[in-house]
Design a protein around this ligand. Structure first.
Ligand SMILES: [Zn+2]
Length: 483
């Protein structure tokens, strides 16, 4: 409704048709204001490519992973800790900020660039030197596409920064989430892992921003204060803590689509089944704030991980686990990450009834993940984030996956963003990658055109709807009144 008024120019274009057209002809080609629908804009493409790209760009995504804060929190500006500054640099505040630092931008310049105290127009001078180095990465392309599609700016520069800023201000109004996600990126629903530290977020838009239960604080630490306070349970023993975990599942299990843990940022995912009797004494030490050695710490975490996973499995919730690449800069130990696929197979063997969704294709160890999805009944792979970490690796992954492992176990899109704007850029990159992977498979004669077209809907939305039981969730979320 309101969102329609937000960008009049855009609304005259045929939604995703316009986006797909520019995606097809590439980022450098000048775009006419009267860009026609996709069917008229696939010039230069073979018939095969045109048919595949049309279908991929018209098919909605179920977006299986985001960190979006609530729209009202975005509108409240810098009062939210995830909104560094409420100007055009907000769009560069997640992911590409790391490329800027690894490209050599100093911490001081970085902080000034994202500071609400710096004039938005003056910020270009801080970026200018580094933008050419980062604009071609997946992170950079997601930003560039968002600027083009949202503000009609072909190239970020000293000349255009004013237009970017005024476009940002005009768009960032009530209704802009739905406009960007649904109207422009053609996403039917998102699955949000909130980063507040709390286990669940009661969203104002419960059917658009569906939620995961965050289990990380249930076993890592564990985060006794934050998780137990709302339950009213005084935690004096391991069984009290089990009751705290139960509380969250009993309260939100039917509303959540999955559970999520990003614990792989801290340790490997080699969780072993440790009995409560062994964990009890260690948990007591934790309560008494006594020293716990690394071996004991692992035993306690492992026990609690499986306790939470068993609860999730009772509620038929898949377990989403971060694997592979680390966001940020200057701390990623590849010697640890390389063990993620091996440990993932340990999890699948230990709990055949549990669905494990391994996220981010465990980049850069993605070939291994194809073998896991092929071999284990309960293993699923989610390409969330992968398209902007390395777009070509993601395309190759999908291509290889489809001729190796069952097509009903792959999820192809999650923007993985805190700001909503670059989700649009990411969705365009993902659609382009899916279109290329399928086109190449047909051209190389691994797949017939009909088989390639038939797989589009399963990998872009139907698998997600089935794996996360979205029909059922929509029904309960439609009428939910939190609190
Ligand atoms: Zn994430």
């Amino acid at each position: 409704m309101k969102s329609k008024k937000l960008i009049s120019r855009r609304s005259t274009l045929k939604g995703i048709g316009a986006i797909s057209a520019s995606a097809l002809i590439g980022p450098k080609t000048a775009r006419s204001k009267e860009i026609p629908a996709v069917s008229d804009h696939t010039f230069g493409l073979s018939d095969t490519r045109r048919r595949i790209f049309q279908k991929v760009f018209q098919t909605p995504f179920v977006d299986t992973h985001e960190h979006l804060i609530e729209e009202k929190e975005r509108l409240a500006g810098v009062s939210h800790p995830r909104v560094k500054s409420d100007d055009w640099t907000m769009i560069l505040s997640h992911y590409i900020d790391s490329d800027l630092l690894t490209a050599g931008m100093s911490r001081k310049s970085h902080d000034r660039f994202f500071s609400p105290k710096t004039d938005p127009i003056d910020k270009w001078a801080l970026l200018e030197h580094y933008w050419p180095a980062v604009k071609n990465t997946g992170y950079g392309q997601a930003v560039a596409i968002a600027l083009r599609e949202l503000y009609d700016v072909e190239e970020l520069s000293k000349k255009t920064v004013k237009k970017v800023q005024s476009g940002y201000e005009k768009l960032r109004r009530p209704g802009f989430y739905k406009h960007i996600l649904c109207d422009l990126a053609k996403i039917e629903s998102c699955q949000v892992n909130c980063l507040t530290g709390k286990p669940f977020n009661e969203s104002d838009m419960p059917t658009l921003l569906m939620q995961d239960i965050s289990i990380v604080g249930m076993f890592s630490g564990p985060n006794i204060k934050l998780y137990s306070k709302p339950t009213g349970i005084k935690v004096r023993s391991l069984s009290d803590w089990h009751r705290v975990i139960d509380f969250w599942f009993d309260k939100y299990g039917k509303y959540a689509v999955a559970v999520k843990s990003q614990d792989a940022y801290r340790r490997d995912i080699d969780y072993e089944k440790v009995p409560a009797e062994k964990a009890e004494a260690i948990f007591k030490k934790r309560l008494d704030k006594q020293y716990i050695g690394p071996k004991e710490k692992k035993s306690l975490e492992d026990h609690l991980f499986w306790y939470a996973v068993e609860r999730a499995t009772k509620f038929n919730l898949p377990i989403k686990l971060h694997t592979g690449y680390y966001a940020g800069q200057d701390y990623m130990p590849l010697s640890r990450l390389i063990n993620n696929p091996g440990s993932a197979t340990g999890l699948c063997s230990s709990a055949p009834e549990t669905k494990f969704v391994f996220m981010h294709i465990c980049y850069p160890y993605y070939e291994e993940m194809i073998s896991i999805a092929k071999h284990y009944t309960n293993a699923y792979v989610d390409m969330c984030w992968a398209w902007i970490i390395n777009p070509i690796a993601a395309k190759d992954f999908l291509k290889k996956y489809l001729v190796t492992a069952p097509a009903n176990k792959i999820l192809t899109f999650g923007g993985d963003y805190i700001p909503v704007e670059p989700v649009l850029g990411h969705a365009v990159i993902a659609r382009r990658g899916i279109g290329l992977a399928l086109s190449e498979l047909v051209e190389e004669r691994w797949l017939s055109l009909d088989d390639a077209l038939d797989v589009v809907e399963p990998i872009m939305n139907k698998n997600a709807r089935r794996i996360f039981r979205l029909g059922e969730k929509e029904k309960v979320l439609k009428n939910v009144k939190w609190g």
